[in-house]
Design a protein. Structure first.
Length: 475
């Protein structure tokens, strides 16, 4: 029961400005809220008078720095920037620092001079050269993150209350740089790199066992870059960092990893602006993109199109081959974005429309609205932006039940989850969606999933709550 509430306007001696402290006295204790800049001073001041009482602090004025290599290039960059935007829409003072700035946004800061920009390119190329000393069949990106940078000094000298790392490879931050950050730290993982060696994704188990000389896979020879990188992480990351993963699968990987098994981890999905990403009438969308209006269309998309083995385009083609001759699939056509048409066309048994590289949200929104389903045949994936974008546009998703895709798709409710790498089941899933292409319920359930789980408002509130909790623990 509240006894009384009163307000005090005070002037802090260290900043010489007024701050408002709201004190609420309860029968069981005392609570107050204040701007985050003043929380340490106020707690000490009030502690002399209310020693032993419970104090809760609200960080309404907290400053957050989002750190990512880029603000536009790649799935992690798009995800990080959307989180940044969602927080700003919630009136959180979020800024973003990047090595490669491509968006016209004053809240994003990157290299300004030609020398700084050239330095970023040179560092990235030099770091990539280390992979040449190792031969591996794992074709994913490998990052040694060995070159120390200017970022640690800038971060530690900044006025940020919390630093939120994202994808900081490409020699943006070295492994030792991360270990020297003194600010309260949050790290949003967009792949497996943080607890692996140099590889960003792997189907091996060294990340669970620890990287030693005896468990190196047979498909790797030469310098053991992965073991060397992992051991440097063990050396420099002495203090656990608060981890955020966009998917339940990646959080479970963190908990099972040899490096981070006892680090705190929370699941907060990537964000999507469901006001901007919304359905467009299908016939109009097809007309705008000059796609056929009277046939079933399935969509596949990835940054490298079909050239990234992890995205499973070959598995999609195998599934399509199983549909040849089936009545429901006779007129089926495939739409692919993320690559130009190859010089030698692949015979999928169905016509393929290549849309090239699409970077603007409006064209992507039209494309999602034009098709009957998005197919995500990935072999390994976290929480791909394409799945969230499609659902926000009311387009169901067909995917293998791997990685974070089960966080997106509820089987036969807003899409179809096929057994992992079972191309026949994936083919059944594509037909399941095509047969229901005209059912409004499937589209509406897809849209509802995006709005309820991935919307800017939902995701930003979870991030803000975690930041507040982290600052509260540091008092």
């Amino acid at each position: 029961m509240r006894i009384s509430t009163f307000e005090l306007a005070v002037r802090t001696s260290h900043q010489q400005r007024k701050s408002l402290i709201v004190l609420s006295v309860y029968t069981v204790g005392l609570s107050f809220s204040l701007e985050s800049e003043d929380r340490g001073w106020a707690v000490g001041w009030c502690g002399e008078f209310v020693h032993g009482l419970d104090i809760n602090v609200s960080n309404r004025g907290m400053k957050i720095l989002q750190i990512n290599q880029s603000d536009f290039f790649g799935g992690a960059a798009r995800a990080a920037y959307r989180i940044h935007q969602s927080l700003r829409a919630l009136d959180v003072d979020s800024r973003m620092w990047v090595d490669k700035a491509g968006l016209d946004d004053r809240s994003v800061s990157g290299p300004n001079t030609p020398f700084e920009k050239l330095n970023v390119i040179a560092r990235e190329q030099l770091g990539a050269e280390l992979k040449r000393f190792m031969k591996t069949e794992n074709e994913v990106v490998h990052s040694a993150s060995v070159l120390r940078s200017r970022w640690t000094k800038r971060l530690n000298e900044s006025d940020a209350d919390v630093v939120n790392l994202h994808w900081v490879q490409g020699e943006m931050l070295s492994i030792s740089d991360i270990g020297r950050i003194e600010k309260p730290l949050v790290w949003t993982l967009h792949d497996m790199w943080a607890f692996c060696g140099a590889e960003h994704y792997t189907t091996g188990l060294r990340w669970q066992e620890g990287y030693n000389a005896g468990n190196r896979p047979e498909y790797e020879t030469g310098f053991d870059l992965n073991r060397w990188t992992w051991r440097r992480k063990v050396k420099h990351w002495r203090k656990p960092i608060q981890i955020i993963t966009p998917s339940c699968w990646l959080a479970e990987c963190v908990r099972r990893s040899a490096l981070m098994h006892d680090w705190p981890v929370n699941v907060i999905p990537n964000a999507i602006d469901t006001d901007r990403w919304c359905p467009l009438e299908r016939s109009r969308a097809r007309e705008l993109l000059r796609l056929p209006g009277d046939v079933p269309l399935l969509l596949f998309g990835a940054m490298k199109g079909g050239n990234d083995p992890r995205k499973g385009f070959d598995l999609l083609l195998e599934s399509l081959s199983l549909l040849r001759g089936q009545a429901d699939a006779r007129q089926l056509e495939l739409v692919v974005f993320g690559q130009l048409a190859p010089e030698q066309r692949q015979d999928a048994g169905f016509k393929i429309h290549y849309m090239g590289h699409l970077h603007d949200d409006l064209t992507l929104r039209v494309l999602y609205s034009a098709v009957d389903a998005l197919v995500l045949p990935s072999r390994l994936d976290n929480l791909p932006n394409t799945g969230l974008e499609a659902q926000a546009c009311g387009t169901p998703v067909v995917a293998f039940d791997i990685g974070g895709l089960s966080d997106i798709v509820e089987h036969q409710h807003n899409g179809y989850l096929a057994k992992a790498f079972d191309t026949e089941d994936l083919a059944d899933g594509m037909l399941w969606c095509v047969r229901r292409a005209d059912e409004r319920d499937l589209s509406e359930r897809s849209r509802e999933r995006a709005m309820g789980k991935f919307s800017h408002q939902v995701v930003a509130a979870k991030y803000r709550g975690l930041y507040e909790s982290l600052l509260g623990q540091g008092l």
